[in-house]
Design a binder for this molecule. Structure first.
Ligand SMILES: *[C@@H]1O[C@H](CO)[C@@H](O)[C@H](O)[C@H]1NC(C)=O
Ligand SMILES: *[C@@H]1O[C@H](CO)[C@@H](O)[C@H](O)[C@H]1NC(C)=O
Length: 529
């Protein structure tokens, strides 16, 4: 987070300041409410005496009444620290049932195979690298997501590296690209390797591997979330021409290249039949584009000659942003996370870890509930006037004040543009500024641990990042007293990949330093407000 960016957000007036003004009014009116609250409390105590006195000897009937009144977790012990840390599945049983939709036998984790029969076995990866970058960062990021023996693919280098072919088994095998000296490259700024990298599609096709549905290309600093990738590709027919990927986060990048181009580092997929047609024409096509900049631009130019449009899957992330990507990642679009690129340009995803450790931490959660990773759920503690935003497997944020989901689902500008400019119009999506008042910054809780809770649930624990340094002397309760948040989440149904739907959340239990939140499919008619 650069200070210049904070400066800029401070200067930005308008819509984003509204929740703040509104909140300040609430806090002022709170003093008046205090008097009313005391009168109400007296009334409640009187009622409680009359109502509860006869049954106080029978705790079971109290339970029944509590349940009938919708008090699901009046028992303070269920929120105790020991309970929270034991991850006992019984203590954290959801109290939201009965559900209107999603019968239990539909909430199981997605099957390996999708509707078109595509599994991980039907994908071949082509990782674009060079001998120089491979030693620097290629091995570092590729080994985080690569599953040896379970995936097919190659790393394509310009020349052999030192330890090749005694390459660790934990990495994809290496191939050396064909020479590209027959092609002219006239772009003064672009990397001449762009021709070589673009030809990975054709060279992989020419390997003639059996049972390939999809060719997936990426860089050596791309991390793929392969469980989700399989589910997303399985939606599409690999016997038809498909070119699937996404744009840059940078407006300028998208403008300078194309809105119809799959940005290569984010990763993109080409169906088998399209790869076949592409391989036939790519080399003659490349001669028509010596002036282009990158490899992805060249692939796009030739696919355009085949008349095939880009199918956008916004879960592929080029990450053309810099700095603290928290605001971006914690408001992930309602779509499966497929990839993260440019991981050296952003701060470690978890501030107490190296980027490699942080990515493993995130991938670890993704393996437990792939469709859930980074998915946002929003709920409120109306009593304490807090908004809670869960970005599953990554972080939970607690805001002072009730912010509508329309606000919370916009990324907060904790990050800078690719070029480092503070101009937020440069982002290819809507963002919101960090509030001027530090008391209105959300309190962050980062993922600490994740556990399977049977086939249908997971339990994740989040710990507060750091104490707020400001003096927020407000009458509204302070979320800074919280240490940890436990989230019990139902896995989404398999139809989620076809029609994503935000899961709802409920505060099931809370005390001064701990919250428990349940995330699951919404009840019929339930709204996020
Ligand atoms: C789900 O449960 C219903 C009723 O119990 C049953 O008829 C149906 O076959 C089940 N579906 C699956 C996919 O198991
Ligand atoms: C490469 O550029 C040179 C100079 O412009 C031109 O003479 C030559 O024909 C080009 N070669 C190819 C293969 O296009």
């Amino acid at each position: 987070m650069s200070s210049s960016l904070q400066e800029a957000s401070r200067k930005t007036p308008g819509w984003a300041d509204k929740p703040q003004i509104w909140l300040n009014q609430i806090i002022r009116t709170r003093k008046r409410s205090k008097l009313i609250a005391m009168v109400c409390l007296t009334f409640v105590f009187a009622c409680a005496y009359i109502f509860l006195a006869p049954i106080s000897k029978e705790p079971e009937s109290f339970l029944i009444i509590a349940r009938r009144l919708g008090i699901s977790s009046f028992n303070k012990d269920s929120c105790s620290k020991s309970a929270a840390h034991s991850f006992s599945p019984i203590l954290q049983q959801p109290t939201r049932i009965p559900k209107a939709s999603n019968p239990p036998n539909q909430t199981s984790s997605p099957p390996v195979s999708g509707s078109t029969g595509t599994t991980l076995d039907n994908i071949v990866f082509g990782i674009g690298a060079s001998a120089e970058t491979w030693d620097q960062h290629g091995q570092r990021y590729t080994k985080l997501w690569w599953k040896p023996g379970k995936m097919r693919g190659y790393v394509w280098l310009d020349e052999p590296v030192e330890n090749w072919p005694n390459f660790p088994d934990s990495l994809p095998p290496i191939r050396i690209s064909e020479t590209t000296s027959q092609f002219n490259f006239t772009n003064r700024f672009g990397p001449p390797s762009a021709i070589r990298i673009s030809r990975i599609v054709s060279e992989t096709y020419r390997l003639n591997l059996p049972n390939v549905h999809w060719f997936v290309m990426g860089d050596d600093d791309t991390v793929f979330f392969t469980e989700n990738l399989v589910q997303v590709l399985a939606k599409y027919d690999h016997n038809l021409f498909h070119y699937i990927g996404s744009n840059s986060e940078s407006h300028r990048q998208t403008h300078d290249f194309s809105t119809d181009m799959a940005f290569g580092g984010a990763g993109f997929a080409i169906s088998h039949v399209l790869a076949k047609a592409f391989e036939r024409m790519q080399d003659s096509c490349l001669h028509r584009y010596p002036h282009l900049y990158g490899s992805d631009e060249r692939v796009h130019a030739c696919i355009s000659e085949l008349g095939v449009p880009l199918t956008k899957e916004p879960g592929f992330h080029q990450i053309d942003i810099r700095g603290d990507a928290f605001g971006f990642l914690s408001a992930h679009p309602l779509t499966p996370l497929l990839s993260l690129h440019h991981l050296s340009a952003i701060d470690p995803l978890f501030p107490t870890m190296s980027q490699d450790k942080a990515l493993l931490h995130l991938l670890n959660a993704a393996h437990v509930d792939p469709s859930g990773i980074l998915q946002q759920s929003i709920c409120y503690d109306k009593k304490r006037s807090w908004s809670m935003s869960v970005s599953w497997g990554y972080a939970v944020q607690v805001y002072r004040g009730i912010l509508p989901s329309r606000e919370l689902q916009n990324p907060m500008r904790t990050f800078a543009t690719w070029k480092g400019s503070p101009d937020h119009i440069e982002f290819n999506f809507r963002t919101r500024p960090l509030p001027d008042d530090p008391c209105l910054h959300p309190i962050r809780f980062y993922l600490e641990s994740v556990e399977h809770g049977g086939d249908h649930h997971s339990t994740t624990m989040y710990k507060r990042a750091k104490a707020m340094t400001n003096n927020c002397i407000w009458e509204t309760a302070s979320p800074t007293t919280l240490d940890s948040i436990l989230v019990l989440k139902e896995k989404a149904s398999t139809t989620w990949f076809k029609v994503p739907h935000r899961q709802c959340c409920d505060l099931t239990c809370s005390n001064a330093n701990h919250l428990q939140i349940h995330v699951g499919s919404c009840r019929e008619g339930e709204i996020i407000a």
